[in-house]
Structures are given as C-alpha cells and as structure tokens.
Design a protein around this ligand. Structure first.
Ligand SMILES: *[C@@H]1O[C@H](CO)[C@@H](O)[C@H](O)[C@H]1NC(C)=O
Ligand SMILES: *[C@@H]1O[C@H](CO)[C@@H](O)[C@H](O)[C@H]1NC(C)=O
Ligand SMILES: *[C@@H]1O[C@H](CO)[C@@H](O)[C@H](O)[C@H]1NC(C)=O
Length: 276
C-alpha cells in the first residue's frame, strides 16, 4: 500500500494540478450562492474540476469541493463507491457548506458521475431545500455503456492508469456497475417520479461529441425546471469530448450562464480541446 501511495504521489506531482489554496474558504464573500463542485469517477476534489473551480473563483464565486466515494487507503481515487454510499457524503458536505457560510442555499456543479450525483442527491438525500441551481455536465442520467464507464475510472490519465487498475482490482468499482445499463442507481433515479425537485433549477450541459457517456442524449432530462443545453448549440465548432468538458472554456462559460441564469449571455467560442 505504501508503494501505491508513493506511486500516486509522484504521479500527481507530475500533473499540472492546481492544489487547494483559495478553495473551501468559508470566509469567502460573494453575492452569488456558494458553488459546490462534484468531481467525476476516479478523480478527487483537486482534479477534474479544479481548473473550472479556479476560473469560477476569478469570476467572483466562492467554491467548495470534497473528494467523495473514496475507499480508506485509496484517498486519491474518488467516486468508486456505490452511488448510494457516496450520496450521503455529498449531502453532509452540502449541509456543512450551508452551515459554515451562513448562506441558505448552494449551487451544485458536477461533471460525469458528479453530475449524476447532482441530480441523485437532491432527490434522495433530503437536501433539495438547500440547493438552488444545479449545473450537470454530461451526467449518465439514463446510463451509458459499461465499457465507457469503466474508462471514466481512468480520468486521471495515463500516468496513473496502472495504479488505478490496482485500486480497481482491490476495491472494485461499485459506481461503474451502478451507472451502467440497468445499474441500480440509474434505475432508482429514473423510478418514474420527477428527477427535478421543487425549487431546484437544473441545467444539463452535454456535448454531441462525448465519446464516453453515450449516446450523449442520455444526459438530458425532459421535465419542467430543466434546461438541456448542447455545447454545440452555442459553439458549433467545439469538438469537446467527455474528459475535455471539464477543461473547456466554452463549457465553463455555459456553466457561468447557468449559475447566473443568463442563458443568452454571449461569449467568444474557442475551438475546444478535441477528443478527450
Ligand atoms: C446501494 O446500492 C447497491 C447497488 O449499487 C445495493 O446493492 C444496495 O443494496 C444499496 N444499499 C441500500 C442501503 O439501499
Ligand atoms: C496515453 O498513452 C497513449 C498510448 O500509450 C498515447 O497514445 C497517448 O497520447 C497518451 N495520452 C496522454 C494524455 O498522455
Ligand atoms: C428556474 O428559473 C427560472 C428563471 O429564473 C424561473 O422562471 C423558474 O421558475 C425556475 N424553476 C424552478 C423549478 O425553480
């Protein structure tokens, strides 16, 4: 285990990881709701959405994030636990942010599994009254292929691929099973009652060129209170893929528009990061 940890540490040091400095600052002041970010499968609070988090801070938001769904002994690989085990961790964190910031409600921004949780947690964990706006980037709402999902566990990239494989061999990937076809968490989220909870305003952002959460329309929720947005409706030339969605300035601007409820605010589209 020691060797796995040190391997991870050296792998992480090799990545352009922006380590926590200004995040999770409960004294942060903003006129907007605190923003809680939920990372994807295989990631942690300081990876995946970390660059978006810093960008949002520069835009004037106070941001908060946690690593959820990690097994003891493997703190660097989050989101592996079953969805219904991670969900209470996330709900507890939302309550903590509300308590410590003194704001009545937070906004949620999730990517991939984190986006799925941004829909699942308000529905099942009794915190929907503490949430205002939800921005879900590429949630596998109605499931995706198991093969694609398993790939998400490697979101950290090549540097740690072998190590992540070790972790998966040891603890498995309950979340992968949960989010696949007929996965228990997918079935529960789609149990015939609304996904959108009263008072929650949901924006779902998906890319037509998402190669992992497939088909990309699986993300969308066709209910009142939900706005479904293709990246390409605003930025037709953005070929962004699933992992790239977390690092794509066009997506970030769409997130900002959703948080501010200014869906028609114009911004200059960049040609996004292609592929993953
Ligand atoms: C949580 O979900 C798993 C499937 O991923 C299921 O086996 C388990 O029974 C669920 N636990 C509870 C308490 O509902
Ligand atoms: C990952 O590894 C593959 C094959 O070894 C290589 O083609 C690809 O460029 C690598 N990707 C990154 C992001 O390093
Ligand atoms: C979502 O926001 C829009 C615009 O602010 C508002 O008209 C609508 O009632 C909100 N929906 C919910 C479910 O709160």
């Amino acid at each position: 285990m020691l060797s796995i940890r040190s391997l991870f540490t050296s792998a992480l040091l090799a990545l352009p990881v922006a380590l926590a400095t200004g995040i999770n600052d409960f004294d942060c002041e903003s006129s907007s709701n605190p923003v809680v970010l939920l990372h994807g499968l295989g990631a942690t609070y300081y990876e995946d959405l970390n660059f978006l988090q810093y960008w949002l801070q520069n835009e004037g938001y106070c941001t908060y994030s946690l690593t959820y769904g990690a097994y003891e002994g493997f703190p660097f690989v989050g989101g592996l636990k079953a969805i219904n085990e991670s969900a209470p961790e996330i709900a507890a964190y939302i309550r903590e942010v509300v308590d410590k910031t003194g704001k009545p409600k937070v906004n949620l921004v999730g990517h991939s599994e984190g986006a799925f949780q941004s829909l699942y947690v308000p529905k099942f964990e009794g915190v929907s009254d503490k949430i205002d706006r939800i921005v879900a980037i590429a949630p596998p709402t109605h499931s995706t292929t198991f093969a694609g999902l398993y790939e998400l566990a490697y979101i950290l990239g090549n540097a740690t691929r072998a190590v992540v494989g070790d972790v998966l061999d040891t603890v498995g990937c309950a979340a992968c099973n949960d989010l696949g076809p007929d996965g228990p968490a997918v079935d529960r989220l789609n149990d015939g009652t609304p996904i959108a909870q009263p008072g929650n305003n949901i924006t779902i952002i998906a890319s037509k060129t998402d190669e992992l959460v497939t088909p990309p329309t699986t993300a969308f929720v066709h209910e009142d209170g939900v706005r479904n947005v293709w990246v390409q409706s605003t930025c037709p030339l953005d070929p962004v893929g699933h992992i790239g969605e977390a690092y794509d300035l066009n997506v970030w601007n769409l997130v900002k528009n959703a948080l501010d409820d200014t869906p028609d605010r114009k911004f200059v589209c960049l040609i996004g990061s292609p592929g993953k």
